[in-house]
Design a protein around this ligand. Structure first.
Ligand code: IMO
Ligand code: MG
Length: 428
């Protein structure tokens, strides 16, 4: 059995898609276990960037079975649009792609509800991606959801959809004064979509367990990041799923005892999209330089990402919560031109210095980072492929990350292309 969970250990956008895609050449199966089209996983396909939102990042690699697990929320319209988009890039989505029947669907009423809720929150808005993620997970737990398996029998789907959407229209119009969703119009569109997606519906947990038992390589591709986890992130400025490695079990039907390695992905710096406290944010020219050089614009919403310095406190917290055995550091090359690099080694909160990551937002908002300045390397790392190709200052920077995180760094990514990686050890 060889499996690896790829999980973000910051606030998302760590490069999980690139790493998953690179490892996929050695994988038999790639499984998404949580999140939905809020994810934006950019991979390089024949030199062109291509963004996956729902399709697992192994979909462009021939011979890899890609699975959307039951813990994912699927916007069926977004999924067929994505299948069409990748077809234009020459990627065929056929019987290499399964969607678990238990995955819940994001419906038009979920997006309408989220838009109304974010508006009603006013200054307290979360800054979500408006992809309907929160309301869909809420309805799943409230037993008002629509698992995609219902598409197997459209009449059964229709009956439940009409009941649920009618109740939701009451909420939209009476509480929020918003427009109701067009139930009949939606049904018409959904019928065509169901016809297209039906061939991919499958009962997947047994197949994933069988793959693991027979020694196949399985990658569990996380979305978002640990600090956006519904239970352990910076609540309420989080997403609505379990983004940590623990999410694999409810998100796939693979028991904890079968989950193997956990690899945390972190950028060499840190970014955040949306609202919420961010201790090491650098809202000055240096943050702007990271944004420009790292192309830090949202792959899903196009919003500029907030940029800042590597946060060793948050990193250690995330490594511990995930039980990560290794880290992969991405976008090291973005730091190539800096004279010095601040790294956060602790927080000062109410006059005390600590390495504990605060569990409440008001406390985190009071945290002032304690920085250590490391020398920059002021030279390009983009062509580095072996550890000895890295400048000594970059190696020292990685070593410091290992000390702060408490786990080794297995690889460093130095560019967008799949091969732009310096490997210190084998991952799979
Ligand atoms: P990937 O997989 C970065 C953020 C949103 C918002 C919060 C809640 O590309 O790393 P949601 O729409 O999920 O309810 O929004 O979570 N967010 C992400 N930030 N990367 C992502 O995904 C994200 N998915 C959601 O910006 O702050
Ligand atoms: Mg992203």
């Amino acid at each position: 059995m060889s499996s690896v969970v790829i999980v973000g250990v910051q606030w998302g956008d760590e490069g999980k898609g690139k790493i998953t895609n690179a490892l996929s050449t050695e994988a038999d199966m790639v499984v998404r276990f949580q999140g939905g089209a809020n994810a934006g996983h950019t991979v390089s396909l024949n030199g062109d960037p291509i963004v996956f939102h729902l399709l697992p990042s192994g979909i462009s690699v021939p011979g890899v079975r890609c699975v959307i697990g039951p813990g994912v929320v699927v916007d069926p319209q977004a999924l067929v649009d994505e299948i069409d988009m990748v077809a234009e890039h020459g990627v065929e989505v056929g019987d290499n792609f399964w969607i678990d029947v238990g995955a819940h669907m994001v419906m038009p009423h979920h997006k309408a509800q989220e838009a109304a809720e974010e508006k009603a929150r006013g200054k307290g808005a979360i800054g979500t991606t408006l992809r309907g993620i929160g309301p869909t997970y809420a309805d799943k737990h409230a037993r008002e959801g629509l698992p995609i398996g219902l598409f197997a029998d459209f009449d059964a789907f229709r009956e439940r959809y009409v009941a649920v959407a009618s109740r939701k229209n009451e909420l939209l119009t009476k509480l929020y004064g918003a427009e109701p969703v067009d139930i009949e119009g939606s049904l018409e569109r959904l019928r065509g979509i169901a016809d297209r997606l039906r061939q991919h519906l499958a009962d997947t947990p047994g197949s994933i367990r069988d793959a693991l038992s027979s020694g196949k390589n399985v990658i569990f591709e996380g979305a978002q990041g640990t600090l956006l986890d519904i239970a352990f992130g910076t609540y309420p400025y989080v997403t609505s799923s379990y983004t940590t490695a623990a999410g694999v079990s409810p998100g796939t039907g693979v028991p904890p005892s079968m989950i193997g390695k956990v690899v945390g992905i972190a950028k060499a710096y840190i970014t955040r999209v949306g609202e919420g406290p961010f201790p090491t944010e650098s809202p000055d020219e240096r943050g702007d330089a990271i944004r420009t050089c790292g192309h830090e614009m949202g792959a899903t919403t196009g919003r500029p990402r907030r940029c800042g310095w590597l946060d060793g406190v948050a990193l250690r917290y995330s490594v511990d919560i995930n039980g990560a055995d290794r880290l992969i550091i991405t976008k090291l090359d973005v730091l190539d031109s800096f004279e010095t690099l601040p790294v956060c080694t602790g927080y000062r909160i109410d006059g005390e210095t600590t390495t504990r990551f605060p569990r409440t937002v008001p406390e985190l908002a009071r945290a002032e980072p304690v920085y250590e300045e490391l020398p920059g390397w002021k030279t390009s790392t983009r062509d580095a492929r072996r550890p000895e190709d890295l400048p000594a200052e970059a190696t020292a920077y990685i070593k410091r990350i290992e000390e702060l995180a408490g786990v080794p760094v297995a690889a460093v990514s130095v560019g967008a292309a799949a091969h732009a990686v310096v490997e210190f050890e084998d991952i799979l």
